[in-house]
Design a protein around this ligand. Sequence first.
Ligand code: CA
Length: 511
Amino acid sequence: MRHFSFVVFFLVGLVTCSHVAAAKQPNIVFIFTDDHACQSIGAYGSKINKTPNIDRIANEGAIFLNSFCANSICGPSRACVLTGKHSHKNGFYSNGLGPFDGSQFTFPKLLQKSGYQTALIGKWHLNSDPTGFDHWEILPGQGSYYNPQFIGQNGRRQIEGYCTTITTDLALDWLKQRDDEKPFLLMCQHKAPHRTWAPELKHLNRYEDIDIPEPATLFDAWDNRSATLAGNAMSIDKHFYYDYDLKVHLPVPFATQREQRLKDGEYRRMTPAQKKIWDAAFVPRNQAFLANPPTGKDLIRWKYQRYIKNYLRCIDSVDENVGRVLDYLDENGLTENTIVIYSSDQGFYLGEHGWYDKRWMFEESLKMPFLIRWPGHVKPGTRSEKLIQNIDYAPTFLEVAGAEVPPEVQGSSLVPVLENPSTAPWRESIYYHYYEHGGEHQVPRHEGVRNDRYKLINFYSNDGFDLYDLKEDPAEMVDVSERTEYAEVLASMKAELSQLRNQYDLPPLKK
Ligand code: CA
């Protein structure tokens, strides 16, 4: 009898323990940057910089090589992340339109209900107060790189220093004071490397003595594709402001009126001591530029170097601060039960097609980095080519938290793909829709579909369909929609677009 009791006790104990282990909700650290292109991440094969800390997440977890946004612009991408829904369902179509409706479903709210402590630090950019967070401290609007202001539940404060470092400081401060009996969601969202690419002062001299390799399409003339491309206002050649973008604060005699219009607000935020360090780096460079200014293609090359070096310097601070978060998790025994994700709201043109900025459905801005580490669930070194989107993040977080995914969510949980990368069933194409029209960069509204080989873009307010064969033409230099040999592909991509429009319940197009 005593023996029997012992066995029952042992079995009950075993069941209870395994149940607890299975139900242990993992912590989630979501590190999200602004405009960080995959072309400038080591794990994605960057030819222009190194990101050892971000790469660590991929090496110890998974990298998604075909990760895409649903609408390549800041606020809308964030709304897709929070809701798991495309723009026409979450209502946040473009940065310029109305506040995000925080009364709708968002994944942090359901995580709260599932027992999570939730915090958001850094860039929010949805024109409304965050909902679903126990603690939040956000940048006003786009925020500032130097001596940034933050808005919290208790008001506004300015903190001296560099935004990427301060955002991480505040995130770690919150981790230190949390209730360690409960799982947590930490969204650490950086301003960097968004325009106007103001580097941390300690990095101002990095890359100065080298030339960063130029992309093959730096001098793209936008022919052989929709005529609307040539109307863009985001070229390295013509659409930078000397002071605001390129940090030339001295008068530029050959600048057009447009090129002189905007001034560098970041410089004007610095303390005298900070300005002294900045001046020591940039004034001699700017004097040398003006003493012997390049012309023609050489001037475009000069602008590219000035732009890309500052962009990469901003990423250097991001990478270092990702390292600080990973170190904190290691030092506090949190690594094993914490999911770490690195992503960015969309990609960016780093001179490809002669551009900076984003918005277009072309690869550089359609892609989002997505790296995830989840010990015990994701095999280190996993490389996935599945077509994932930012609408998949919310259902993923809900599944790992053990919460039910609301039927309105349009994305799919990545958990099956993470645990069984080669066998899990998955979507074969993604839907994209950019809604702004014209505006500062003159990118027209367009929608489209991409599968693992082809991309169909409908410039529906302008001149219709472009079709790209991504295998034959990965740089997307030639529209093949009118070639007879692609007639069947064109028809099937149009059918696929129509099917996705039905699946996601799109309203009719408004030209
Ligand atoms: Ca952005």
